[in-house]
Design a protein around this ligand. Structure first.
Ligand code: ATP
Ligand code: MG
Ligand code: MG
Length: 536
């Protein structure tokens, strides 16, 4: 095979060092063909994080060489979500900024005998590669390739009729050295360059050249690109360009979900979920909407480390970091998801009691009335008592958090036998010490209904831990109960002023975040995570 351990010449290296001052230069290179996901959070942690730690620079570079799949909407979203994650690009660039230079380098490559215009179909190319056979056009004269490439550029050749291929090594055991495609004819309008070009460079042609032109010192990418490293260096060496240091790390995968953009795209466009920012997806937009702080996502990325081993990480690991942060920062409040009315018979007049916002801050408190009618969680009452049950049952007591112990003296059922009201007495002296502590919501004023809110609860999107293993049947593995919407939950009155994005701990039920679907009439909350892990 070809000798592939090229060294930079002194002149190239000097030019590079002059541009960077010897500092670390990295890039985060998303293709704008979808929204970013938690795997990209890892990639950003590596690319931006490494540059940041080394006092270097990290580009946000849109790898926009495939106009079929790329959209302005994705570009705008990616810029915004990178900033939300806390990263500040040194510069924002686009592979398409370099289309002219890339084209000129392609011409140079043809001239030096390292590229040729080919007419094989995709199937023929595949078959020939499998048999290590050369295309019949491989050894055509340089002049002919130059002329045809010019015609490709001028729009005189139809899609599929010609490609520009790098003249690499058709005997190489590495598939990614078998004359990779450098350019294709594509009569598509590009989000940025519009109709200026009808030939587009491939990833393999573009990525290494743009890395080099941007003076990237460390080109960090995921392991599936490892086998393309040989070609990366082959091309830069043939063009006498500076050689960045390439280093690979493993892709992140998460249990019970998918990260491939192709799959995410299907889930979104075929409406299995409610858009790219559906809180059940592991897109960063989805995680944000669900209430996960960017700092917790970054802490998670730090914890999983940067390795070369395959990794399928459990969802509870991410949730651990989210709980850890929200426990310290999300103020506590009380919301009853499925309200059941309790009448406290011996309470004559409402009294004010004080709730706690944050465990570590005794001064963070809120006031609420303890009223004759309060609401508790339906599941905190049972007609049949048992030893391991700490809620209310006839004759049994429980503490209303921040208020008083109450004892159930009776209950009322409707004609279908459903419990609709609890009758109770309270212990003004707090002499009884029940084991159970209940969250509850008072009446804001006598006879008035508490603030009603909508609550959305989420469960794993896929039933199996690794849906990617299922190949073609992955969609059948979707969890039919991944989203549950509760209408008419009762909240403390002081939640009335909550704004989209605000985060809370609802005592005993989890951490919640105000959804952007909220309006002046109705607040909507998403459960970010439960208080304890829900993954066995
Ligand atoms: P997909 O295969 O889902 O389309 P991609 O790798 O093509 O993903 P890009 O937008 O090109 O997605 O990725 C930008 C950067 O993020 C690349 O460096 C890529 O290696 C990295 N990246 C993408 N997915 C993951 C992941 N799951 N874990 C770690 N890094 C990732
Ligand atoms: Mg990519
Ligand atoms: Mg891709």
């Amino acid at each position: 095979g070809t000798v592939l351990n090229p060294a930079n010449t002194k002149a190239i290296l000097e030019k590079h060092l002059k541009a960077t001052g010897g500092r670390v230069y990295t890039r985060f290179p998303p293709e704008p063909n979808g929204y970013l996901h938690i795997g990209h959070a890892k990639a950003m942690f590596v690319d931006f994080g490494f540059a940041c730690d080394a006092n270097g620079c990290c580009y946000l570079r849109f790898d926009d060489t495939n106009p079929d799949a790329e959209k302005e909407e994705y570009i705008e979203h990616i810029k915004e979500i990178v900033e939300w994650m806390g990263w500040k690009p040194f510069k924002i660039t686009y592979s398409s900024d370099y289309f002219q230079e890339l084209y000129e380098l392609a011409v140079e490559l043809i001239k030096s005998g390292h590229a040729y215009v080919d007419h094989q179909t995709a199937d023929e190319i595949k078959e020939y590669r499998e048999n290590f056979k050369e295309s019949p056009w491989r050894n055509r004269p340089v002049e002919e390739s130059l002329d045809l490439f010019e015609k490709m550029k001028a729009g005189l050749i139809e899609e599929g009729q010609a490609t520009l291929r790098m003249k690499q090594d058709m005997k190489n055991e590495n598939y990614n050295m078998l004359d990779l495609i450098a350019y294709r004819v594509k009569k598509a309008s590009h989000p940025r360059t519009k109709d200026k070009w009808c030939i587009y460079p491939s990833y393999d042609f573009t990525h290494c050249i743009v890395d080099s032109l941007e003076n990237i010192s460390h080109s960090l990418c995921t392991l599936e690109f490892e086998s393309r490293r040989v070609s990366y260096y082959w091309l830069l060496d043939r063009l006498n360009l500076y050689l960045p240091y390439v280093w690979e790390y493993s892709r992140l995968n998460m249990t019970n979900n998918v990260l491939s953009k192709r799959k995410l795209n299907r889930l979104v466009t075929e409406k299995y979920v409610d858009g790219w920012d559906d809180p059940r997806l592991l897109t960063l937009a989805g995680l944000r909407r669900r209430g996960m702080p960017a700092t917790a996502i970054n802490a998670f990325c730090r914890s999983i480390g940067i390795t070369r081993s395959d990794n399928l990480i459990r969802m509870d690991k991410l949730e651990h970091f989210v709980r850890d942060e929200l426990n310290k920062t999300a103020p506590r409040t009380m919301v009853v998801l499925h309200p059941l009315k309790v009448v406290i018979e011996n309470l004559e007049a409402a009294e004010e009691v004080e709730g706690k916002r944050l465990p570590d801050d005794p001064s963070a408190t809120y006031k609420m009335p303890f009223t004759r009618v309060v609401y508790i969680e339906r599941s905190d009452f049972r007609t049949k008592d048992s030893k391991d049950f700490y809620g209310l049952a006839k004759g049994k007591s429980a503490l209303l958090r921040y208020a008083y112990p109450i004892t159930c003296v009776d209950y009322v059922c409707d004609k279908d036998g459903e419990v609709i009201e609890i009758r109770a007495t309270y212990d003004a002296k707090k002499s009884i010490k029940p084991k159970g502590v209940l969250h509850w919501v008072p009446e804001p004023a006598e006879g008035a209904r508490p603030l009603e809110v909508e609550v959305r609860l989420f469960d794993r999107l896929f039933l199996s831990e690794d849906p990617a293993e299922l190949k073609d049947t992955w969609l059948e593995d979707l969890n039919p109960h991944s989203k549950q919407v509760i209408h008419g939950a009762f909240a403390l009155d002081n939640l009335r002023t909550a704004k989209p994005g605000d985060r809370f701990q609802f005592e005993r039920t989890g951490y919640f975040c105000v959804d952007p679907d909220s309006s002046a009439e109705k607040l909507v909350f998403n459960r970010t995570v439960t208080l304890k892990t829900s993954y066995p």
